[in-house]
Design a protein around this ligand. Structure first.
Ligand code: FES
Length: 124
């Protein structure tokens, strides 16, 4: 894992958020993750070799959003940086829901449809 840091106001801010890779299964072409994978976490990462990059799955209250961690500029893999996703290649920054904050990327990250039931989250 690469840990990025920035100096702001004389203090060093580290973004070295631990990435948790969630256990999952595939069911009817959806990725299925137990809600219990979150425990106290607000986000998990799903790495499935059929996809060109991992999925960043965010939990806010009881709603979930999922984006592909593939920069829309030139397809480097973005990494969590605090509450954002940053691209190490040319510095694009995205919200943790995939919206562009800083270019050169101009398009938001690819979003997935997310549905849930009492126990599981499904990413399609
Ligand atoms: S590939 Fe991400 S900013 Fe260029």
């Amino acid at each position: 894992m690469v840990c990025l840091g920035a100096i702001a106001g004389g203090s060093v801010l580290s973004s070295c958020a631990k990435v948790y890779y969630a256990q999952y299964s595939v069911e009817n072409n959806s990725i299925k993750i137990a809600k219990s994978e979150f425990e106290e976490r607000s986000a998990v990462v799903v790495k499935d070799d059929r996809l060109p990059a991992p999925i960043y799955l965010l939990k806010e209250d009881e709603s979930y959003s999922a984006v592909l961690m593939l920069c829309t500029h030139k397809e480097c893999e973005v990494a969590p940086f605090g509450q954002e996703l940053h691209c190490p290649c040319h510095g694009s920054e995205f919200t943790n829901k995939g919206k562009v904050l800083t270019g050169p990327a101009e398009e938001d990250l690819k979003k997935f449809k997310v549905t849930t039931n009492d126990t599981f989250i499904f990413i399609a």
